[in-house]
Ligand binder design. Structure first.
Ligand code: HEC
Length: 197
């Protein structure tokens, strides 16, 4: 019998609950790869955001975030061959909006943003189209008080509000409380279907 670690088991049960028993799953190696890609994105963005907040507060950091987030996603896509994006049920950037199945998956994540160990919840699945397959990992992004609340929280200062409105007139991404699902990272790894090399 293969030994299954506690974390893997929780993951497995969580994904079975969402996807049903016969749905194909990405390999553990691919899931770990996607997690590493999500970590890399978050650490690069957080260091930019942290510096911008120190240098000029949230109003200044909004401009930095607006340009850095898509640029970092593009850099990492070019480095790894994966596609990554941030998605949300209440997006700031309209490009983060989701519809259909993806939205349903995100709603399931919002209902349970952390796993049994308190880590951001994951949802993993495989999408097959003919010979091609894409391995998806969606990882929860949890709202925190620091530093997130200044720009996504329940009380946004007027100058910050104005800076947000200037760039994002359709912003829906305020009013979040610590511990809630702010959004998710979606990592897509292009793969061949089984039997192909
Ligand atoms: C300085 C203001 C600021 C702070 C602080 C901030 N954000 Fe954001 N956030 C933004 C902006 C601006 C965008 C839109 C970026 C873009 O256009 O891609 C954004 C987008 C996002 C998105 C992508 C989905 C969407 O709504 O467009 C997520 C998820 C997110 N933020 C989570 C967080 C979390 C979690 C924190 C705390 C660790 C945080 N943010 C802190 C300004 C901020």
């Amino acid at each position: 019998m293969r030994l299954i670690g506690k974390k893997r088991l929780v993951l497995l049960v969580a994904s079975l609950a969402v996807a049903g028993c016969d749905a194909p799953q990405p390999s553990d190696a691919d899931i770990q790869r996607s997690i590493a890609i999500a970590d890399e994105f978050q650490s690069r963005l957080q260091s930019k955001l942290g510096r911008a907040l120190q240098n000029g507060g949230p109003t200044n950091a909004i401009a930095v975030c607006a340009e850095a987030a898509p640029a970092i996603a593009e850099q990492i896509s070019a480095e790894t061959g994966a596609t990554l994006r941030r998605i949300s049920l209440r997006p700031r950037n309209p490009g983060a909006e989701t519809i259909g199945e993806l939205r349903e998956r995100l709603m399931a994540l919002a209902a349970k943003p952390t796993d049994a160990d308190g880590n951001p919840a994951l949802d993993n699945w495989v999408d097959r189209r003919g010979d091609a397959a894409t391995h998806y990992t969606m990882r929860a992004i949890i709202m925190k008080d620091q530093p997130c609340a200044a720009c996504h929280g329940t009380e946004i200062k007027p100058d910050v509000r104005a800076a947000i409105d200037e760039r994002y007139p359709d912003d829906q991404a305020t009013g979040f409380r610590a511990g809630e699902l702010r959004g998710a990272m979606l990592i897509a790894l292009p793969r061949k279907a089984p039997g192909e090399k």
